[in-house]
Structures are given as C-alpha cells and as structure tokens.
Design a protein around this ligand. Structure first.
Ligand SMILES: Nc1ncnc2c1ncn2[C@@H]1O[C@H](COP(=O)(O)OP(=O)(O)OP(=O)(O)O)[C@@H](O)[C@H]1O
Length: 356
C-alpha cells in the first residue's frame, strides 16, 4: 500500500505528482519557494488543493467533493521547531496523541514511554519543555509524532534549527526510526537525503523536476538543483553529433554551441539532453588556448569563492576550480575576462529525462 498525491494549487503555482511506497522514505528537495512546504501542507490537510486527490493506504484523503480533516488522516507532521505544549511534562506531551485517540491514561503513558525510548529520550519524561535543549525538544517531538503511529510521517526540515554538534546525533536516531516507515522529509541538506532517504524528489517552481535514488541523482543530475547538490556544471540542450547542442540563455555559453563530450549510448540525435562536468575539470586561461581542449568559452568572472583547498571561479552558470596560487597568477577577480576550457573526455552527455 502506498501514498499517492496528484494535486495542484494554482495560487502557489503548484502541480505535483508524488508516490511513496510502503516503508519508503522520500526526501523532498528544491530551492526556496519551490513548493516543498506547500506539498507537506496538502498532505497534512493544512492546505486545500484546488485540483487532484491524495490516497493513503487505499483511503482517499482528499479529492473532488471529498475532504478528510487533518486529525483523521493518520498523517503526522513534524516541523523545524518542536512545538511542545509548555504546561505539560514531556511524558504528557507524548501521551497526548494516544490519549486523545481513546487510550486509557495508563495505556497512553506506557505507550509514550516506549516511544520516548525509541527516540532516545526516556530520561526526559518528567521534564517540562522549558527545561529542554533544542536537540532534546526535537527528540521529544519525534517521539510525539511516532506515538500517533501515523501511516505517513511528514518532516519539515527537522534538523535545520539544531546546532551543528547535535544535528548528526539526531540524524542517526532518525535514520533508525525512519527505517521501514513511510515518510516524506523536506530538507536542504544533502546529508539528510544521503542518510535518511531511499529516494529524492526535486521540486522546481512547483513541479517535480526529477527523482531518483540519491546515487542516481548525484551521478547523473538532470535539474540545475541536483547538479548543484552534486557539485557539477550542467548545460541543457539537445543531443548533437559529438555531444550536445546548447539551449539558449545559459551564459556564458552561446546558444547552439556544441559542447563536445561522451554521449550516453542510448541517446538519440535531437533528444533533450544535458552535459555535466566537474568544476575541477575546467581550466581557466587569460588568452584563448590553442590545441587540445575541444570546449572553450569566453567568460567574465562574476565571483571567486573559497572552498576546501581551492577557489571556485564563477562565470554565469559555469564554475571552475583553481588553486589560490593559480588565481593569483591569472589575476582573477570579478569582471576579469577569461576563457574556460574543458576536455571532451571530461564531459558526460546523457538524456534530460530519466529512463524510469
Ligand atoms: N502562506 C502563503 N500564502 C500564499 N502563498 C504562499 C504562502 N506560503 C508560500 N507561498 C508561495 O507558495 C510557493 C511555494 O512556497 P513553499 O513555502 O511551499 O516553498 P518551499 O519550497 O517550502 O520554500 P522554502 O525552502 O523557502 O521553505 C511560493 O511561491 C511562495 O511564495
């Protein structure tokens, strides 16, 4: 049994099809404003779609003429902030859900203790929320969400508000807790996706731009967002002899330029395709290079960013990596005219749509 949602919300520019299998954790990623929180809102019942339907384990959550209110959906939403009831103890907070769905006081408390232990927070049971650290409060919130035994668990950036020392510990606990559970987790952090998710869905401007396992997405990104996660340059266009004919509006690459590279064997001429290559494969010159590199483009440096052990030189949608010594030698600075070159053997050209 699965969760499926195919829904639109016109005033947020949202039109999304999503499927989460039994026991599957899906990471929902995308730039700010892409629609991630709105998708959670639709599934949780905090927002009403103006088109489409959602079905969870054979039960329709919403659809034409049909609406199940949030508390009857068997969907739990965990947000960035723990949002515990301040006047209740931790145990009472976690027991609240089971109690309101009809468990006796004692059953609800036993249940709460079990889920607190599962979230590695058993020792916090008698505390008030005001006496908890951010990480502790988030453990309790996770226990509370699990205690409702939801068929679908929604997590909205659950680690984002935690400090860097605590996040890895909670991430490890979440990995254990999410194993075998149907969950949708919104995150900006590739580490969350790698550690917690079976599959990543990338949203761009309210639509699913691509999806795949973390491995697939990082090895062969097809959206600008996933290329950013993978740390690769990505140029879109159509398959052409020897590589890719670049589409318009991808400065500094002139429209129609052939980007020479290794074409995936399944790619047909004229088919929508992308070319991907690492910034580390890009060489920077101040004069047009002659000889071996087949791909050379004139560019103007936008900015230089420090990265581990090197500098990233950005020009339009391209990035190159240089050593600090090379940057000094080439006198690189914003506004500097340069040439970026990359060997065809370093460029992978593959279909813009996944085979699935
Ligand atoms: N309360 C609201 N009322 C109307 N429009 C909204 C509201 N909240 C968000 N939007 C719009 O809906 C679109 C999707 O926003 P949403 O918050 O779902 O994106 P997001 O991917 O979660 O972004 P972020 O990463 O910044 O949280 C955006 O265009 C946004 O401006």
């Amino acid at each position: 049994m699965t969760f499926t949602m195919d829904a639109g919300l016109a005033d947020r520019g949202l039109d999304v099809g999503l499927r989460i299998g039994d026991g599957e954790t899906v990471a929902l990623m995308g730039a700010n404003g892409a629609g991630k929180s709105s998708v959670l809102g639709l599934a949780a019942g905090l927002l009403r779609a103006d088109r489409g339907e959602a079905v969870l384990q054979g039960r329709r959550l919403f659809g034409p003429g049909h609406w199940v209110p949030p508390h009857r959906r068997s969907v739990a939403l965990l947000s960035q902030e723990a949002l515990l009831f301040p006047q209740l103890t931790v145990l009472e907070n976690v027991a609240f859900g089971p109690r309101s769905s009809g468990a006796s006081r004692r059953e609800a408390r036993d249940h709460a203790r079990r889920w607190l232990a599962e979230a590695e927070a058993a020792e916090l049971a008698e505390r008030r929320p005001s006496a908890l650290s951010g990480g502790q409060a988030q453990r309790v919130a996770i226990a509370r969400a699990l205690a409702a035994e939801p068929s679908l668990l929604l997590l909205d950036e659950p680690l984002a508000a935690l400090d860097v020392a605590v996040a890895p510990v909670i991430r490890r606990m979440l990995r254990r807790v999410l194993d075998g559970r149907r969950a949708l987790i919104v995150t900006h952090d590739i580490l969350d996706a790698l550690h917690l998710a079976d599959r990543i869905v990338v949203l761009e401007a309210g639509r699913v731009a691509e999806e795949g396992t973390p491995r697939q997405l990082l090895a062969r990104p097809r959206s600008g967002f996933a290329a950013g996660l993978a740390g690769l340059n990505l140029i879109s266009g159509r398959a052409a002899v020897g590589g890719l004919g670049a589409a318009a509006q991808q400065p500094p690459i002139p429209a129609g330029t052939t980007v020479f590279g290794n074409r995936a064997p399944e790619l047909l001429d004229g088919e929508p395709a992308v070319a991907a290559f690492s910034p580390a494969a890009v060489s920077v010159f101040t004069e047009r290079p002659h000889g071996s590199p087949r791909n050379v483009v004139a560019a103007v440096v936008d900015e230089l960013e420090p990265a581990a052990g090197h500098l990233v030189v950005r020009a339009g949608r391209l990035a190159a990596e240089v050593t600090p010594a090379a940057a000094a030698e080439l006198d690189l600075h914003p506004g500097r005219r340069v040439f970026f070159a990359v060997k065809a053997s370093e460029v992978a050209v593959y279909p813009a749509r996944s085979a699935a």
